[in-house]
Every structure is written in structure tokens, then in C-alpha cells.
Ligand binder design. Structure first.
Ligand code: ZN
Ligand code: ZN
Length: 397
């Protein structure tokens, strides 16, 4: 029987459709405005750098220049270098473009030891990776290390391409992105597996740059308000006032963002996963279980793997230069934490959240303690919750 939709139901369908339209428009605007944002960012960091050397560094004594020389060279080198890299190195994709057109930027994700941007060119070589499976370092998805994952790879609902664990579909880029963190208009692209290192380091060096302007240019900033003060710089006084005020604003906002990202990295999660993990943690708590993030190998190891340092990685000195350092994972398999050996309290009631049941099953089959599967811990599996893009929350639909 064909009954017409009740008015309330009809209205809600209409509202949802409207939201979808607005969402699509927002995605389109984000994509279209991307190049403007990148241009603006170059103008801002370029103008800021020029004003600093023109107005502030001009006043420094020889001794001051000598003492501050590491700051005066490394900050601009890394700020411009990392921004160039974060806008050129692609985030990494599990499949080629759907249009069949070749990816021009894909070369950045391959080994280029001859390139001036490669660590190898400057003598930074990767250390031998001991023990990648089992033990405290965590085991890779499969037992054979990256690439040999024994798990079935899902397909993307939107682009129908392969969707390895931690991959998400970006509705602005219109394709799947490996270990997607978020879509960033300031770089006109996604932040993911291959460029997140550059993204975080750029924020850190940008913060240092802003603080340098604020700390060393304080007297000059005061001078801009006085008509009598001597002004030899090419930069007009009003220009420097503007640069200084922007540096205060950016020097507060960006370090907060950078710290937040580093905090998430230290927990072994991306921006998208942090939403999911918070949700799962709450649900698990309600069931009397303890939720574990499978990619959390401990604060130190998470940071080491993210920057690809420490055992099996590169030298920590690579953080001081704008170099392309390949990620520790290939994006198809990631090291996972083992289940704790201590047994937590078993919940007596049956599970009310079906999402947790899936994680429990995963913990039982993937954990080292298969026999005592119901140990009170529940491990997230393969990010099956967030099947959506940017910012997470896709579990709601
Ligand atoms: Zn996709
Ligand atoms: Zn994107």
C-alpha cells in the first residue's frame, strides 16, 4: 500500500536534503577557495619574514646576530621549507585518481634519494628496524610487517576504491586519503599519512617565527606609534604595526593548535579518530569496559613513529631541517598494541552497544590472550565507525 508520508516525516526529509545541499556547497567553496588561502599564507609568511629582517634584525649588533644566528637561519628555512612541502607532498592515496589522470605529485611519496629534499641526500639514513612484530613495539596489522596485512580491505562507499584501515574519504578532494587527519584549506588539500609530519612541523616553526617577531621587535613596535622615532626600514610603520599584531594573534592560536595535534599524535590517534575514540571510550565506560585505542603504543613510541625517529627510524636532527622523511607505515598496515596482560573486571550484563561487540570480537581474535577474551578490555578495530570525512561523527548516520 502506498501511504503518503506524514507531514512531520516529510518536513524532516526536506530538512536533511537541505543540509546535504549546504554541506556540498561548503565542500565546493572550501575547494575553490583553497588556492586563495595558499596565496594568502605565502603573502603573510613572506611579508612577516621580510618585515622581521628589514625592521628588527637591522637593529641587532654583530654579537646579537652571532648569538641569534641559529634562530635567524633555521626559522625561515623551516617555515618556508615545511610550508612548501606540506603544500606539495600529497597526503597519500590508497588508489590512483578515479578520472584515470596521472597524479603529478605522487612522486613525492616515492623514495627520491637524489632529491635535494631527501634526508639521504644530506646523510640522514634510516636505522635498521629491529623487531616490528610482537613485544612492546606493537605488532603490524599482519604478522609479516607492513604491506602483508591479513585483514580484508574494505571498499569506500563513495568512490568504490579500496579503503585500508585509518583511511577516510575526503568530500572536498573527492577521494580516499591514507591515515586522513583533516582537510585543510590553508594548504588546499588533505593532511594525511605523508604530509602530516610537515604540517605539524610547519606549525611549530611558524610559532617560533611569530614569537621571534614579538620578542625581538617589541621596541620597534612601540616606535611605530611615535612620530619622532627614527625609522630607516623599507617597511612602513603601519605595515610593521600590522605584522606585529598578526604575529601576536598567530603566535597564540597556532601553538595551541600545534600542541593539540602533538597531544593527539602522542595518543596514537588522528583528528578523526580522536572523535571516534572519545565516543567509544564513553560507550565502553557505560558498559563497564575499558576501551583501548589499537594504535596507541605508548606516548614515546607514538611520537617516534609519527616523526619516524628512534629505533628503525631517522635521526632526531631531521626535525631541524625541511626534509622529506617517509612515514613509518605504508598506510595499509599499522603497528598495533597488544592487549594488557592484567585482567580487568568482566561485565556481568550483556552489551547494549553493538559497536563495542565488534571491537570485543576483534580484541579476542587479534589479541595475544585469545583464551581470556572477555578480559574487560575492548579494542577499536579498523575505524569502521567513522565512515565519513573530516571531523568524524559519521557514526551518527
Ligand atoms: Zn573514497
Ligand atoms: Zn581533502
Amino acid at each position: 500500500m502506498n501511504t503518503p508520508l506524514p507531514p512531520m516525516k516529510y518536513a524532516s526529509v526536506l530538512v536533511i536534503r537541505c543540509f546535504k545541499k549546504v554541506e556540498h556547497f561548503a565542500d565546493w567553496i572550501t575547494g575553490a577557495a583553497g588556492p586563495v588561502f595558499v596565496f594568502l599564507c605565502w603573502v603573510l609568511i613572506g611579508g612577516g619574514g621580510f618585515a622581521f629582517f628589514d625592521v628588527v634584525a637591522r637593529d641587532l649588533s654583530y654579537l646579537g646576530l652571532l648569538v641569534l644566528s641559529p634562530l635567524l637561519t633555521l626559522v625561515p628555512l623551516n617555515m618556508y621549507g615545511q610550508y612548501y612541502l606540506v603544500t606539495h607532498v600529497p597526503p597519500g592515496y590508497p588508489a590512483p585518481k578515479a578520472s584515470g589522470k596521472e597524479d603529478k605529485d605522487i612522486k613525492w611519496t616515492m623514495a627520491m634519494p637524489w632529491s635535494v629534499w631527501s634526508g639521504e641526500k644530506w646523510g640522514f639514513t634510516k636505522r635498521e628496524r629491529p623487531l616490528t612484530s610482537g613485544g612492546v613495539l606493537g605488532s603490524w596489522g599482519g604478522d609479516e610487517g607492513p604491506g602483508e596485512t591479513g585483514r580484508r580491505v574494505r571498499r569506500c562507499r563513495k568512490c568504490d576504491g579500496p579503503k585500508p584501515e585509518r583511511t577516510h574519504h575526503c568530500s572536498v578532494c573527492k577521494r580516499c586519503v591514507l591515515q586522513m587527519d583533516h582537510h585543510c584549506p590553508w594548504i588546499n588539500g588533505c593532511v594525511g599519512l605523508y604530509n602530516q609530519r610537515h604540517f605539524v612541523l610547519f606549525m611549530v616553526w611558524l610559532s617560533l617565527g611569530c614569537w621571534s617577531v614579538c620578542g625581538l621587535g617589541y621596541r620597534r613596535f612601540i616606535n611605530t606609534f611615535s612620530y619622532r622615532a627614527e625609522w630607516k626600514a623599507y617597511t612602513p610603520k603601519i605595515g610593521f604595526t600590522l605584522v606585529y599584531v598578526l604575529c601576536i594573534a598567530i603566535g597564540v592560536a597556532v601553538p595551541v593548535l600545534a600542541s593539540w595535534h602533538l597531544y593527539m599524535v602522542s595518543k596514537g590517534e588522528t583528528s578523526i579518530e580522536s572523535h571516534d575514540n572519545a565516543y567509544m571510550e564513553k560507550r565502553a565506560q557505560q558498559e563497564g569496559l575499558i576501551y583501548l585505542n589499537p594504535y596507541d603504543l605508548g606516548r614515546r613510541r607514538n611520537l617516534e613513529l609519527f616523526f619516524n625517529l628512534g629505533s628503525g627510524g631517522y635521526s632526531p636532527y631531521t626535525l631541524l631541517f625541511p626534509l622529506v622523511i617517509p612515514p613509518a607505515s605504508n598506510g595499509w598496515a599499522f603497528p598495533r598494541r597488544p592487549l594488557p596482560t592484567t585482567t580487568a573486571k568482566i561485565p556481568t550484563s550483556s552489551l547494549h552497544a553493538p559497536e563495542l561487540a565488534e571491537g570485543l570480537l576483534a580484541a579476542r581474535t587479534h589479541g595475544d590472550h585469545a583464551e581470556d577474551g572477555l578480559s574487560g578490555y575492548v579494542m577499536g578495530d579498523d575505524g569502521s565507525l567513522t565512515d565519513d570525512d573530516e571531523g568524524g561523527g559519521g557514526w551518527m548516520d
